[in-house]
Every structure is written in structure tokens, then in C-alpha cells.
Design a protein around this ligand. Structure first.
Ligand code: PEP
Length: 247
């Protein structure tokens, strides 16, 4: 069985002092984890974070990548730049970027391609809004979002990580029930299997108000291979407790 992956998404949080305190506390409590651990941090902190996680079992992640290789794209950060700072993972298509930055399925697919071309593992986020769930469209939405990424990435698809993040559960304290989460994960797994004979190696993470109290139950589901953790990744004891429940 593959090791689970617990990835923290710090979003736009942190400071030089806070990052140092948090990583120091994580390193002190981590020991040798049973799972892969990653921290997806604001790009500006990557040089600091590269030094802070050096020699630990924490992998570094970014939260976005440009779809372009280089050039006149003010404000963007390229995959090659991320790679220079030891970035292993990069979140793409987070619902906050889809919503506030108008990222389309096609753009998310292109960003996934760029990350893979740079040797970075994309964590591709999919998920339905509350209105879409209530309209019975959950499957249709997540399958459409993932299909765009599969279509653009062909056989490389086995190199991605998928995160199912119901939009209504992100930062709201409302977690999908284990049944709701497992059901969507099974749909995504089937879609990946139809696209790649190596789909079993793909991690499908759950994200959306995962915390120390609900992580073990979610992570025990057969198609939940880890978690993408927002708020709870900013508190060392909570994040360590989630990591400890990823067996
Ligand atoms: C996220 O932003 O990816 C996330 C899952 O946030 P939270 O855990 O705070 O809901």
C-alpha cells in the first residue's frame, strides 16, 4: 500500500518569524512520519523555507505556477523558478484561484502541464460548490475538471496528485462526511483508471476543514490517500496530529 500524503496549504499566511516557529515545532514533533509530508507556502518564503526544512522529512510545495515558461508575465512565478528553490509539489486549480482569479479548467490543465514539465508534482484541486452539490451536479463537475487535466496531460497523468476539495467545506468548518468524500474519491479513481493503467499510484487527497478530530476517519477510507489541509496546518499540534493519523 502506498504511503499517504499530508500537505499543508498555508494560503496567504505566515511571516519570517512565524514560519520559523511553526517549522521548528513541526520538526521537533515529527519524528519519522508514516506518511509523506509537504508544506505549500507563499512563494516569497521559499528561500527561507528551503533552509528551514533541509534535512527533515518535510517536502516543499508552492501554491500556484505560471502556465508560461518565461517572459513578459509580470507578477507570475515560473515552474523553473520554483524548482530552483527545491519545490517538490505545487497546488494548481485551488478553488480560491478558480473563483478569485477566474482560472478555467483549460488554464488549470496548462498549469499542470508546466509543473510536470519542470519536474514538479502538481496537486490538482477539483470540487463542487454548494449550489452544484444541491443541484445533484457534484460528479459532473469534478469529472469535467479532471477530464480537462487528463486530456492535456495524456500518459503523464499518473504523475499528478488530485485533491478533492468540496468548495463548501473549505475554511468553513463543514467537512464532507466520510461517505460523501469516499463516494467522490471513488468516482475520481475510476476516471483516472480509465485514463491510465498506473492510476493506482495516484494520490487522491481530501481537503476541506480536515482537522485533528476528523482526519483519522477520513483517512481510513479506501480511496482517500491523504489530506490537503488549510487552517489546521498553521497550528503545529493540529497538523502533527493529522500526520499521526495517516497510517
Ligand atoms: C484548503 O484551502 O486547501 C483547505 C482545505 O482549507 P481548510 O482546511 O482550511 O478548509
Amino acid at each position: 500500500m502506498k504511503k499517504k500524503l499530508i500537505a499543508g496549504n498555508w494560503k496567504m499566511n505566515g511571516s519570517l518569524a512565524a514560519n520559523e516557529g511553526l517549522v521548528t515545532a513541526l520538526r521537533a514533533g515529527l519524528g519519522v512520519p508514516n506518511c509523506h509530508v509537504a508544506l505549500c507556502v507563499p512563494s516569497v518564503y521559499l528561500p527561507q523555507m528551503q533552509a528551514l526544512v533541509a534535512g527533515s522529512s518535510i517536502d516543499l510545495g508552492a501554491q500556484d505556477v505560471s502556465q508560461h515558461e518565461s517572459g513578459a508575465f509580470t507578477g507570475e512565478v515560473s515552474g523553473n523558478m520554483l524548482k530552483e528553490f527545491g519545490v517538490h509539489y505545487c497546488i494548481v486549480g485551488h478553488s480560491e484561484r478558480r473563483e478569485y482569479h477566474f482560472e478555467t479548467d483549460a488554464l488549470v490543465a496548462a498549469k499542470t502541464q508546466r509543473a510536470l514539465a519542470c519536474g514538479i508534482t502538481p496537486i490538482v484541486c477539483v470540487g463542487e460548490t454548494l449550489a452544484e452539490r444541491e443541484a445533484g451536479k457534484t460528479e459532473e463537475v469534478v469529472k469535467r475538471q479532471l477530464a480537462a487535466v487528463i486530456h492535456a496531460n495524456g500518459h503523464c497523468i499518473s504523475e499528478i496528485v488530485v485533491a478533492y476539495e468540496p468548495v463548501w467545506a473549505i475554511g468553513t468548518g463543514k467537512t464532507a462526511s466520510t461517505e460523501q468524500a469516499q463516494q467522490v474519491h471513488a468516482v475520481l479513481r475510476a476516471q483516472l483508471k480509465a485514463a491510465s493503467p498506473q492510476a493506482d499510484r495516484i494520490h487522491i487527497l481530501y481537503g476541506g476543514s480536515m482537522n485533528a478530530a476528523n482526519a483519522a476517519q477520513l483517512l481510513a477510507q479506501p480511496d482517500i490517500d491523504g489530506g490537503l489541509v488549510g487552517g489546521a496546518s498553521l497550528k503545529a499540534p493540529d497538523f502533527l496530529s493529522i500526520i499521526a493519523s495517516a497510517l
